[in-house]
Design a protein around this ligand. Structure first.
Ligand code: AMP
Ligand code: ZN
Length: 500
């Protein structure tokens, strides 16, 4: 079955066929680094992270490029307000962006070029555009002439005249057409600047994406992504510059994500109705935020609210509990007579159906909402098997439950939703083991599961040195907290039996 994607350029769903079998070249416009990103920005970045993960899961080798806009009016303004250099502001928020992406579980790009590192290639493209009369110089500025590119407007589906009457374009006497846009801006006093044939200046925003995508991926590349607010003028301008300069088509599939909204209004810095990603992640774990966002198709608007966060929290807890219970029951239940064969077969069928449905939904323009529904149906089926037949379960039942659990974990993983690490016998270890591991062996972390492993390693080391007193101290300390250590041929096994 083929993957189908909605292409903004053709306004239709098309079969996705990459330019080279098995490989996908993908570009997503990155942030302008003058502030912390808000959850609207995060939604768009999450969308393309999941598309990338899914394509990889389907066997494609994906090259994912995302620029960092580190020179821009907004960065310069902020630097002036704070008495810092634009480079200092850009560096601070580039690091903050990376940290926020890591925290949301968004994988790092294959390449993340910065605008300020690509200036010579940008100057080259401007030169080519001037030489072919697609651009003109006015007082050290260079403008792209939209009338020189007859296809201008093809992405947004409007012609130049329509765009002109619809857009709030500035009336600048020096421009030949109000829609003409800056490729290069002459430096004003106090601004960062680079030498160019037109004098000291800096590149326009649109130009960097044209130059970096071509340098990193070659033309035409497969997927160009961004939020729907970038279709016009940003992406329209990228196409005009690149296709005019190279004579080659620019990007083959244009994918645009819908806007995250608050009270039905687009979240944006300028409206002031924004919530920073890092503030949300202080209160909610990343898997919950991902789950909330992925429950809506990426092209639809998404209303973000406290209620939806609460719903996503309980959905996440449902799968966490299910996976934990399957592992726990397997460990703790003595082998029974076996559940009725129909019950096991029904769960087997649910596993197969869930995988098929997940793939069909995701192949259909990355319908994560449908994919999640498939996954939750399976979770429900596995839960009822556990609830109805817990005392009877036998070997083959555990095999089937294990398949269900493995599929739930695998598919969540495709969506970048991680479950907490589990140890079968220890659903929730008490935090006191961290202190114990600290006291007995200088454990420096804060994770209870890890602390138990560290304690077992200390005990092993003490025993191999015949230091029985130290080994017993570990065992007794753990026993006080409700842990029982059994020595088995495969090493020490620890079981947690909370008291009371
Ligand atoms: P910016 O830094 O404003 O260029 O935005 C970075 C990315 O976030 C772009 O792909 C925008 O389309 C996207 N974006 C901005 N606001 C929202 C929003 N409210 N919902 C979804 N994506 C957004
Ligand atoms: Zn761009």
């Amino acid at each position: 079955m083929a993957i189908r994607v909605h292409n903004t350029l053709t306004r239709s769903k098309e079969e996705f066929v990459p330019r080279e079998p098995g490989r996908v070249a993908m570009y997503v416009c990155g942030p302008t680094v003058y502030n912390h990103i808000h959850i609207g920005n995060a939604r768009t970045f999450l969308t393309f992270d999941v598309i990338r993960r899914y394509l990889e899961w389907r066997g494609f080798d994906v090259r994912f490029v995302q620029n960092i806009t580190d020179v821009d009016d907004k960065i310069i303004n902020r630097a002036n307000e704070e008495g810092r250099t634009a480079a200092q502001v850009a560096e601070e928020y580039t690091l903050a962006f990376r940290a926020a992406m890591d925290a949301l579980g968004i994988r790092r790009p294959t390449a993340a070029p910065r605008a300020t590192e690509t200036i010579p290639a940008m100057i080259d493209m401007v030169k080519r555009l001037i030489a072919t009369d697609h651009a003109y110089v006015v007082d050290g500025d260079v403008y792209f002439s939209v009338r020189s590119f007859p296809e201008y407007g093809k992405l947004s589906g409007r012609d130049i005249d329509e765009l002109e009457s619809g857009a709030r374009v500035d009336v600048d006497e020096r421009k030949r057409d109000p829609l003409d846009f800056a490729l290069w801006k002459a430096a004003k006093p106090g601004e960062p600047h680079w030498p160019s044939p037109w004098g000291e200046g800096r590149p326009g925003w649109h130009l960097e994406c044209s130059v970096m995508s071509e340098a990193e991926l070659g033309l035409p590349f497969d997927i160009h992504g961004g939020g729907s607010d970038l279709v016009f003028p940003h992406h329209e301008n990228e196409i005009a510059q690149s296709e005019a300069a190279t004579g080659k088509p620019f990007a083959r599939y244009w994918l645009h994500g819908g806007m995250l909204q608050i009270d039905s209004e687009k979240m944006s810095k300028s409206l002031g109705n924004f919530t920073l990603l890092r503030d949300v992640l202080e209160a909610y774990p990343a898997p919950v935020v991902r789950l909330l966002m992925l429950q809506t198709h990426y092209r639809s608007p998404l209303d973000f609210s406290a209620d939806r966060l609460a719903e996503a929290t309980s959905a996440y807890e449902r799968v966490v509990t299910l996976v934990r219970n399957i592992r726990w029951v397997h460990e703790a239940t003595a082998t029974g007579e076996g559940a009725p064969v129909q019950a096991r077969e029904a769960l087997e069928a649910a596993v197969d159906r869930a995988r098929e449905k997940f793939v069909a939904e995701m192949d259909d323009d990355f319908n994560t909402a449908g994919g999640l529904a498939a996954l939750f149906e399976l979770a429900k089926a596995a839960n009822s098997m556990l609830a109805e037949h817990q005392a009877d379960l036998a070997g083959p039942d555990f095999d089937t439950l294990g398949r269900a659990e493995a599929l739930v974990v695998e598919l969540l993983g495709v969506l970048g939703i991680e479950l907490p690490a589990h140890s079968p016998s220890a659903p929730e270890y008490p935090d006191d083991v961290v202190a114990l591991a600290r006291d007995l062996g200088g454990y420096a972390g804060s994770d209870a599961q890890e602390a138990v492993r560290a304690l077992l390693a200390m005990r092993d080391a003490a025993r191999s040195e015949r230091n029985w007193a130290a080994a017993d101290a570990v065992r007794d300390g753990l026993a006080m907290l409700g842990f029982v250590i059994e020595d088995t041929p495969r090493g020490a096994r620890v079981t947690y039996r909370p008291k009371g």
